[in-house]
Design a protein around this ligand. Structure first.
Ligand code: PEP
Length: 255
């Protein structure tokens, strides 16, 4: 089965209102030449609506970096999936390791968020990945397997094709240290096996599994040439339109 590569830029807590728009427009221009690749960007909450308006009808979708699992209520400071949809988002990143480690999100909370995102007709990008200690202890697949199974625990089988998984080894995020293509492939293949066992061959073979962790133009081609690596979730390098476009171009070569 051929899977359309999916590259998403996670801007984290970067950009101002003007730079967000100019970066988004530059990415849109770069992505236009690579229609074989699905492209999204995830700006900070305050810029979502304006960026989505400026990108409307273009090749780049807008994702949020997080959400709450409730639709509305007394949850000061939180943002619901429905609000994100109204703002023009189509995707939400859920369970990013920075949310898990810095904000105490556990698998149970992540699974509620994944379900809420789908209930709002948005598409989750579920992030999973092991820490360095976990890798060195040989428990990578236990950890990643648990995060995948629990994260998808509230997802109906028919909704599985709407989910993207991002494998992001925590030790590779923002560190400049990337998993080797072989390390990424090994975990991606194991994740795909889990999806096959949860939802059947079709669900497993059609699910996009992105790699994330210090992806840049210089290593994207090699990583995305691996059989089960279907794109990238890109942090730092997505803040540079030229570099990000090169990553999109690398994904297009493997489409
Ligand atoms: C990320 O934030 O998901 C990420 C992978 O960051 P970086 O590319 O900077 O490692």
């Amino acid at each position: 089965m051929t899977r359309r590569p999916f590259v998403c830029g996670n801007w984290k807590m970067h950009t101002g209102s003007q730079t967000a728009v100019s970066l988004a427009l530059d990415v849109s221009e770069g992505a236009a030449a690579h229609s074989a690749v699905e492209v999204a960007i995830a700006p900070p909450f305050p810029w979502l609506e304006n960026v989505a308006r400026r990108l409307r009808d273009g090749p780049v979708s807008v994702a949020a970096q997080n959400c709450h699992f409730e639709e509305k209520g007394a949850f000061t400071g939180e943002v619901s999936p429905g609000m994100l949809r109204d703002a023009g988002c189509t995707h939400v990143i859920v369970g990013h390791s920075e949310r898990r480690t810095l904000f105490g999100e556990d698998d149970s909370l992540v699974s509620r968020k994944v379900a809420a995102v789908l209930a709002a007709s948005l598409r989750p990008i579920l992030c999973v990945g092991e820490t360095l200690e976990e890798r060195e202890a040989g428990s990578t697949m236990d950890v990643v397997g648990r995060q995948v199974q629990k994260g998808l625990g509230k997802v109906e089988l028919v909704e599985l094709p709407l989910v993207t998984i991002a494998y992001e080894p925590v030790w590779a995020i923002g560190t400049g240290r990337t998993a080797t293509p072989e390390q990424a492939q090994e975990v991606h293949a194991a994740i795909r096996e889990i999806i096959c066992s949860l939802g059947g061959e079709d669900a497993g073979s059609s699910m996009r599994i992105q790699y994330g962790g210090s992806v840049k133009a210089a290593n994207a081609r090699e990583l995305m040439s691996m059989k089960d690596v279907d794109g990238a979730l890109v942090g730092g390098a997505s803040l540079d339109a030229f570099e990000f476009t090169e990553i999109i171009a690398a994904a297009a070569e493997n489409a």
